[in-house]
Design a protein around this ligand. Structure first.
Ligand code: IPE
Ligand code: IPE
Ligand code: MG
Length: 249
């Protein structure tokens, strides 16, 4: 299976925790709480974003080790542009500084990077590095790391409808499967588990379509402190859920 490559090439230490018994195929993480993590330490919010960026590699490799097929991380929402300019500028600068190095490290771990969201509206230099990261890892066969950046679930659905209309699809030919194939996540499985760090209990416009039957897990732990152990606890909880998809079990 594809993931074996990622495990074979993983450069991390031996797995401290046992491999979880039940592993969701597609995990989404709303990486929230960076600002609060920093506030509690008397640090500027950007220090929280720095720490949060560090954690992405750790959790990606933990997911690959566990046998997750797709990990979607919510890095920046279309609504996050509403934040004060200095935070937005600082975040973009941070991503620009880190993206090449992180992509190279993930590439060594056989991770395939994808992007969902719009690159229009993102500064061209950063948009170019996102495309380069996707290109670099295109042929990798391990975990798919799907980065939701400048992403909004409603905008993604609107984009899918625009694509269909541009192709002249007739209304009676519109099906769920057709919409699915025109979303940014085309070809990826539906979400099985959504994890939100930082304690809030909302989706904040994350993968609205794909999360229709996802299990939901919220933890008060802020993103920079969310480690492999907490991740595997979430998987254990996922394993205890009964998924009925509207039927009877
Ligand atoms: C999530 O952390 C990261 C982004 C939205 C970019 P926050 O920055 O939202 O942290 P809190 O919620 O203010 O603690
Ligand atoms: C969700 O967190 C977006 C990301 C983690 C990128 P927010 O902090 O933006 O969500 P709200 O504003 O609390 O709903
Ligand atoms: Mg937040």
């Amino acid at each position: 299976m594809a993931i074996a490559g990622a495990q074979a090439q993983s450069t991390t230490n031996a797995i401290a925790e046992p491999r979880p018994a039940t592993v969701p195929a597609h995990v989404g993480i709303i990486m929230d709480g960076n600002g609060r993590w920093a506030n509690r330490r008397g640090l500027p919010r950007l220090a929280g974003h720095h720490a949060g960026t560090e954690n992405v590699r750790r959790i990606t490799i933990a997911c690959a080790d566990a046998g997750v097929e797709v990990l979607t991380i919510y890095a920046f929402s279309t609504e996050n542009w509403r934040r004060p300019a200095d935070e937005v500028v600082g975040l973009m600068r941070l991503l620009l500084q880190r993206i090449d190095r992180e992509a190279a490290e993930l590439h060594r771990n056989n991770v395939k990077i994808r992007h969902v969201g719009a690159l229009e509206g993102v500064q061209p230099r950063l948009a170019e590095r996102v495309r380069a990261a996707v290109d670099l890892t295109r042929s990798n066969t391990g975990l798919v790391l799907n980065v939701a950046f400048n992403y909004g679930g409603r905008q993604e659905i609107a984009r899918a409808v625009q694509r269909l209309m541009a192709q002249g699809v007739r209304p009676e030919d519109v099906t769920e499967e057709l919409i699915d194939r025109h979303l940014d996540t085309a070809g990826l499985p539906d979400l099985d588990l959504v994890i939100r760090t930082g304690g809030e209990m909302r989706l904040s416009n994350f993968l609205l379509w794909q999360a229709a039957y996802a299990e939901y897990y919220s933890t008060p732990i802020c993103w920079p402190d969310f480690g492999r152990e907490e991740l595997y606890q979430a998987f254990a909880e996922f394993g205890r859920r009964v998924r009925r998809f509207g039927g009877l079990s």
